[in-house]
Unconditional design. Structure first.
Length: 547
């Protein structure tokens, strides 16, 4: 098996197949989880908005998978109370009916409290059998404005329901890869390896680090490249039109007043043009977004200045009592949603559901190609399970491991209550002689994999980084050595959130380069190249200026 694309769909499928003992290789031309899977709104959600478009099956699947992630990945996925400010009672009914019947309904129409009430009743109904969080509630205007005086004064009430958030999506994706490799000796993953094309009954792969080519003959190939699916299929001599992606821009802000207004919850609000946006607390910062703009070339996805203006204007509409400006932005990011092709349907109406397209073998390409179209973070496991079962059936093999209740990475044995956490920390402190505060930081960064990190840190001379005291030199070295860090941006953007949280400085960059150079035996020339590359990527893709 060859899987091309190591976003969450590809990594999830890699884990599923490895657990069944399948000989499987996963590749990505960049780092693991460096495309759309690294650019979500940090939500694990059931898809309340999908009810408006009649996608009941997707909502049911999403709610079940959300609840499973709360249990299987409690180190990164946690409950998220979500509040919707409402400004009218009856608005939006006609538009909602037209959307539900797929008759259009693209004109802006704010959803009134009655329509939101109906939607939340349905949402609670879907979660009834699998409920792990409270049902929705409505709050009066007086109570809402008393709690959040920064809300728009025209607010007539608010509605609050529960979904979930993910703190480190990129790390969870890497954990899927690590789990797969640990489960099966025949499973291997390689970042910075690209598919060049079909040749001689197989495919040509290129090591992007050495520019060397390798010819392999897969029995089955899975195209899990998201927004790049059609481009990859064309390299395999198949012209397809499966993807109609839209880019979603987000901003990360350091604004204490905005964080206070959020009060530990996500605010789910409508923009003046009728789109839905979110603002939520994320690792001590505020994350706001997003946009929904069609894009031809996914390599061009950037959160541009026009999007920045749009996002800032939208949050200022719903929270006019909070001053939010460009000076608060510490980073920005954008990814392309791999939406299934929908022709002329407006982006807001494009389905967020997933399916697998199958191209049977031909004379020129004598292996089947499965293309994983659509999907979202919340449903990656169920999507991967569905594709795995289809492939196992083709291979004439039986499933031997079920994954609905299988913990991921550092979610294995995670202490979920205060008493269990105190015992876990005390035991690890006795083994490593690290203090509880340090170990608790590691626990929330790595889950129970913190035991391995702590043991490595305790095994040698260690000290906090001079320019980022919550990390130590040996902690960074552990990540580099054990998590396939190739370039420094892998570390700054995906194995940690240092860059996106606005914690990068030139001095810190040099500290981290020194550690990476020691771990990888880099020459002075390699260090210079890596520094230049990292500075360019941070500026180009995230508007982080280290010059």
């Amino acid at each position: 098996m060859l899987i091309v694309g190591a976003g969450v769909n590809g990594a999830g499928l890699f884990r599923e197949l490895a657990l069944q003992g399948v000989d499987v290789v996963l590749i990505d031309r960049w780092d693991f989880c460096s495309g759309a899977s690294a650019a979500p709104s940090r939500m694990i959600h059931g898809g309340l908005r999908y009810l408006e478009f009649g996608e009941f099956r997707l909502v049911r699947e999403s709610v079940v998978e959300r609840n499973r992630l709360l249990v299987n990945a409690p180190h990164y996925v946690s409950p998220l109370p979500t509040t919707i400010p409402l400004f009218c009672r009856l608005s939006g009914a006609l538009t909602a009916i037209r959307r539900f019947l797929h008759l259009g309904g693209n004109r802006p129409a704010h959803r009134g409290s009655i329509m939101v009430k109906i939607g939340l009743k349905l949402y609670d109904m879907y979660t009834g059998k699998h409920r792990v969080m409270p049902t929705h509630r409505f709050t009066s205007r007086a109570e809402a404005l008393d709690r959040r005086p920064a809300l728009h004064p025209d607010t007539i009430c608010t509605a609050t329901y529960y979904d979930a958030k993910i703190s480190y999506p990129e790390r969870l994706c890497v954990e899927l890869v690590l789990d797969a490799e640990a489960a099966c000796s025949e499973a291997g993953a390689a970042n910075y390896v690209s598919l060049q094309g079909a040749s001689g009954g197989g495919v040509v792969l290129r090591d992007e680090l050495t520019a060397r080519d390798l010819h392999v003959r897969p029995r089955v190939l899975v195209n899990a490249t998201g927004a790049w699916i059609d481009l990859v299929n064309s390299r395999l001599d198949h012209e397809t039109i499966l993807i109609d992606g839209t880019k979603g821009g987000h901003l990360v802000l350091d604004n204490a007043d905005l964080l206070a207004a959020l009060d530990g919850e996500m605010i789910y609000y409508e923009t003046p043009d009728g789109r839905v946006s979110v603002a939520l607390p994320w690792l001590g910062k505020a994350l706001i977004g997003s946009t929904d703009i069609r894009i031809e070339n996914p390599d061009d996805a950037r959160c541009d200045d026009e999007e920045v203006d749009y996002i800032l204007a939208a949050i200022s509409e719903v929270l006019p009592g909070v001053k939010v400006g460009r000076e608060d932005i510490v980073s920005r990011f954008s990814g392309v949603r791999p939406l299934r092709y929908s022709g002329k349907v407006a982006a807001v109406q494009a389905s967020r559901d997933h399916y697998c397209d199958l191209i049977e073998p031909t004379d020129g390409v004598n292996f089947p190609i499965y293309s994983m179209v659509g999907g979202k973070w919340t449903t990656f496991r169920s999507f991967s399970e569905q594709v795995t079962d289809s492939i196992l059936d083709r291979l004439g093999r039986e499933r031997r491991v079920e994954t609905p209740d299988l913990p991921i990475g550092g979610g294995k044995g995670f202490p979920v209550d205060d008493e269990a956490r105190a015992r876990w920390l005390a035991d690890l402190s006795e083994q490593t002689h690290l203090d509880d505060d340090r170990l608790e930081t590691l626990l929330w960064r790595y889950g129970t994999r913190a035991a391995d990190v702590a043991a490595f840190c305790a095994a040698g001379q260690d000290a906090p980084l001079q320019h980022h005291a919550t990390y130590t030199a040996r902690e960074i070295e552990f990540i580099i050595r054990s998590e396939q860090v190739v370039h420094l941006d892998d570390l700054l953007l995906r194995r940690t959130a240092i860059a996106l949280l606005g914690e990068m400085t030139g001095d810190l960059l040099d500290d981290l380069l020194a550690i990476a150079a020691r771990a990888g035996n880099w020459t002075a020339e390699q260090v210079d190249r890596e520094r230049t590359r990292t500075v360019e990527i941070l500026l180009d893709r995230h508007a982080i200026d280290l010059s």
